[in-house]
Design a protein around this ligand. Sequence first.
Ligand code: URA
Length: 284
Amino acid sequence: MEVRLQKVIADSGLASRRKAEELIVQGRVTVNGQVVCELGTKVNPEKDHVKVDGRHLKPAAPQTFVMLNKPKNVVSTMSDPGGRGTIADLLPGVHVRVFPVGRLDFDSEGLMLLTNDGELAQLLLHPRHHVPKTYLIKVKGMLAPEHIDALEKGVMLDDGRTGPAIVKKVGKATENSWLEVTIFEGRKHQVKRMLDAVNHPVLKLKRVKFGPLALGDLPTGHYRYLTDREANAVRELARERQDVQAGGGQARARQARLKRVRAKWARNARSSRQKTVSSKRVSI
Ligand code: URA
């Protein structure tokens, strides 16, 4: 099967997709002995001999998925020009070149998915079809039902109105409220900005779900590889995104299914909204 040259280079773990493009444009890549500077070039990784700076690429690493429970005060990237601690420091036994699917703020914690599959990551990060993400948050003050309604319908931010969200009260609120918020977009600082918009600033934020993945009892600062079942669920999600982008009939059917799933989540959330999900003290 023919694959884009930059993908073949990135899949070998030598460089990110962007860096691979730079290598090609700089004339440092040959295919079967010929320098190739054209970014659209496709090659057959099983037949064609690709070299960078005169060296053969390593065979592509198998597709790898890692779940990390990011602690606070760590940047959610693999390197930091400012010298702060990064998530790379928390992955000592991962020898495949993985990178995060999305970000969490420096002071946020919780579930991060990492993979070495750049194409899959791009599909999951597509701005129009974001993966549902659920956050457990502590906010200042007691949230009134009209605030919850406003958050669920969408609030106006400086970059436009947010899409519908699912908001559940969790635990017994005394001075501050605990909420579980599910969003279907991925704007910068979105949850914090949504809560600021209803005058209840976020005090703590932890991502507990990402699409089909749940953080469960993975301790803070620890990581694990996804199970086969989880990895398949992530692949299925990426396939759905791919179909939606392709815009075929199958895509419309899947899109309709996604809509139904979303509506069901919303109904469940509404029916359980008044009941508190847990009367235990919540801690993150
Ligand atoms: N929303 C935020 O405001 N911050 C995060 O880290 C994630 C979602």
